[in-house]
Write a protein that binds this ligand. Structure first.
Ligand SMILES: C[S@@+](CC[C@H](N)C(=O)[O-])C[C@H]1O[C@@H](n2cnc3c(N)ncnc32)[C@H](O)[C@@H]1O
Length: 248
């Protein structure tokens, strides 16, 4: 059985996280400067769907709070969280509200995202993520690195990243940005006529990830070494340590 919000579907197993997310998102919302939020929305109200869909802050706060809970970020000590392609910053704002130290990376050009990020008071580095190019130097390491509804992988283009691009990217994250034992959580957008991943990309992630479900790839704890593009036939193993609370 599934239940849904306007755009998001969950299973019954998600119910307790969903209810907790609603409560925590309400508290996070109450801490936002509502007048300033209205001003940001008003100043971008003539823009297209890319901005417009993020005007529904209740929906996005609930959805991103759910992601934070699934990663165990609603419990425990303060952690350093990096979000790649952070967009309007709803996920990082939820993390910040939960007491974490946050940082975002996104394209520097989009003014609606810039204004939302400023509203939320989130430090962000303007940068275009490109295949086989290292991320910018951030002079710190992170306990959790996330990317939600990923577009930087050539989403909906003919240049969709394959295993080699993902391998370069994950190795850069592991070598230069992730703390030992940290978690990488990726959330994919579905590709037309492909689904969340090509067969090759899924095989690659199966060889490295802790868990793959519903377009999500979780790499947690001791990260498996790069497979040099010989994907294992073994499906990803069950949930490892790291407080990941989501069920498939
Ligand atoms: C679908 S939005 C998702 C935003 C946010 N992660 C969320 O889940 O609400 C995709 C985001 O990726 C960013 N993006 C797209 N291509 C990028 C690139 N090459 N480098 C960095 N960010 C990129 C966009 O600016 C946008 O913020």
């Amino acid at each position: 059985m599934v239940f849904s919000t306007t755009r998001l579907q969950y299973s019954v197993a998600d119910l307790s996280n969903f209810l907790r997310a609603r409560t925590l998102a309400g508290k996070a919302d109450a801490a936002i400067d509502q007048e300033r939020f209205r001003q940001v929305i008003a100043s971008h109200s003539s823009e297209g769907y890319d901005s417009y869909k993020y005007f529904d802050k209740q929906l996005w706060l609930r959805s991103k709070m759910m992601r934070a809970i699934e990663l165990g970020l609603d419990k425990g000590s303060s952690r350093a969280v990096l979000d790649l392609g952070c967009g309007a910053g709803y996920f990082l704002y939820c993390c910040k509200h939960l007491g974490h130290d946050v940082h975002g990376i996104d394209l520097p050009t989009y003014e609606f995202y810039r204004d939302m990020i400023a509203l939320f008071g989130i430090p962000r580095t303007g940068f275009r993520i490109e295949p086989r190019k290292n991320l910018p130097i951030l002079d710190k390491r992170f306990d959790v690195i996330t990317a939600h509804q990923i577009c930087f992988n050539g989403h909906k283009t003919e240049n969709l990243w394959g295993p080699e691009e993902w391998d370069y990217f994950l190795n850069d994250l592991q070598k230069n940005y992730l703390k030992p034992g940290g978690t990488i959580a990726l959330e994919f957008n579905a590709e037309p006529e492909i689904g969340f991943y090509t067969k090759e990309v899924r095989g690659y992630f199966e060889s490295r990830a802790t868990r793959i479900f519903r377009g999500r790839v979780i790499i947690a704890g001791d990260i498996k070494p790069s497979p040099a593009f010989t994907p294992s036939e073994t499906a990803a193993s069950g949930l490892a340590a790291g407080g990941l609370a989501t069920r498939t």
